[in-house]
Design a protein around this ligand. Structure first.
Ligand code: AMP
Length: 427
């Protein structure tokens, strides 16, 4: 569906075309008309589906038609990075409208606080906030939410995982009861249903399914310490004549190189491929793997998307991929075109939580196999364990503008202050 069939404001349509979007994605096609109708909404949609524009475009459309001097839209998100990213998208979509927006999150300096306070007391049209920081501002009494019309919770499952349930309910206690509420979540566990029941009113439901590994793939996993991984891989592939093509994925170029060295032996060919290799060399490596001269290929995710290599007997995830999409792409290299194949994932203690999230997203509990006896004991399955060093998801970027999108915004918005009402209307 084209965006101009969605009955959006011409100023918004113009910004969409500057962003280079031609057609609405499925979640946009389903959500935009319902949001324009004023319905509450609960949407199960992951990052990458175009969910952000699905809630920004119709709310922006509505508030730019009936522009008021107080905050109209509140978007609550789990992390500072997401707040900045969404605010940047809003600035792009709102470029030809008088709508102002601001991201409110912690970790900044005193100047950030002053700017956030100013925008909140003057009633910036759209506020994108992390729960903790917003509560600190709310406690000071200058936040103007009396005329708020739209509440959006993005990545709601992640917010609940991070323990924000009470904070969300507290923020909602400051909002008008009569409002439109939209809830977006990558998964729909019972806690999300419970939250939705508390805050949504007769919501319309959307479910954008994630692609899942093909039926023919046998998926299993091993719980291992890092020190056991190479030994385990060797025991899985040595002396297995039936395995002609084995693809091993790892997350970094350095690891790919180290694994390929560790697996080298006299019996069969092992190669490594990553973006470090020149294009010509990459093609040589792939050719040798396709023709089965190379039995084991160790690769970064570069290879997991797009490249069609048939008849891979075994995929090994040497570590757990970053997200469910990568998992599906990696695993999808085996069992292509109705063939059967096997995908094994090695999970260390730090990756258990991440793997559990992937299982939830693909709606499959993957069997954890016992380690071969000679390897000794591996770690116990503890999907709730989250490694400390990842800082509970609150990784801080250095620059407020890192990853700023879209490009056209960067050039045309030169000199624009982050909170500056009404100065960008096109003449
Ligand atoms: P999201 O799921 O909101 O994180 O969006 C994923 C990416 O898709 C972002 O980079 C958006 O800019 C982009 N995107 C969203 N909607 C569209 C569309 N209709 N056409 C092309 N790209 C889009």
């Amino acid at each position: 569906m084209k965006f101009n069939e969605l009955n959006l404001n011409p100023d918004v349509i113009e910004a969409i075309s500057h962003m280079g979007f031609e057609k609405a994605t499925p979640v946009q096609e389903m959500a935009i008309p319902k949001i324009l109708d004023g319905s509450d909404l609960i949407a199960c949609a992951q990052t990458g589906t175009g969910k952000t524009a699905a809630f920004i475009l119709p709310t922006l459309d509505q508030i730019s038609r009936e522009h008021q001097k107080e905050t109209s839209v509140l978007v609550i998100v789990p992390t500072r990075e997401l707040a900045v990213q969404i605010d940047q998208q809003i600035q792009g979509f709102a470029y030809f409208t008088p709508v102002s927006s601001l991201a409110v999150y912690g970790g900044g300096d005193g100047q950030d606080w002053v700017q956030q306070k100013k925008a909140l007391s003057m009633g910036a049209d759209i506020i994108v906030a992390t729960p903790g920081k917003l509560i600190s501002h709310l406690a000071n009494g200058y936040v103007k939410f009396d005329k708020l019309k739209h509440l959006i919770l993005d990545e709601a499952d992640r917010m609940l995982d991070m323990g924000f349930n009470d904070d969300i309910m507290k923020i909602i206690s400051y909002l008008p009861v009569k409002r439109q509420s939209l809830l977006f979540s990558a998964t729909m566990p019972p806690e999300i249903r419970h939250l939705a029941k508390n805050i949504l009113n007769n919501p319309f439901e959307i479910n954008i399914g994630l692609s899942k590994p093909a039926e023919g793939v046998l998926q299993a996993a091993y719980l291992v310490y890092d020190t056991q991984k190479i030994k385990l891989v060797k025991s899985l592939i040595n002396n297995k004549d039936s395995l002609k093509s084995i693809l091993i994925f790892s997350s970094t170029r350095k690891k790919v190189f180290d694994i390929s060295i560790a697996l080298r032996n006299k019996e069969y060919e092992v190669a490594a491929i990553s973006s470090d290799l020149e294009q010509d060399k990459r093609e040589d490596v792939l050719r040798s793997f396709r023709s089965k001269n190379t039995k084991v290929l160790v690769a970064t995710d570069v290879l997991s998307r797009g490249i069609d290599i048939k008849e891979i007997d075994l995929v090994i995830n040497f570590d757990v991929p970053g997200d469910a999409e990568d998992y599906v792409h990696r695993v999808g290299r085996t069992a292509r075109a109705d063939a059967t194949g096997m995908a094994l994932t090695l999970i260390n203690e730090d990756d258990m939580y991440k793997f559990h999230k992937i299982e939830q997203l693909i709606e499959t509990e993957i069997r954890k196999l016992p380690l071969p006896n000679e390897l000794g004991e591996g770690p116990n399955w503890d999907p709730k364990f989250r490694p400390q060093k990842r800082g509970g998801f609150q990784k801080r970027g250095n620059s407020k503008n890192s990853g700023r999108k879209p490009d056209f915004n960067k050039n045309k918005n030169k000199g624009r202050k982050p909170f500056n009402k009404g100065n960008k209307k096109k003449d």
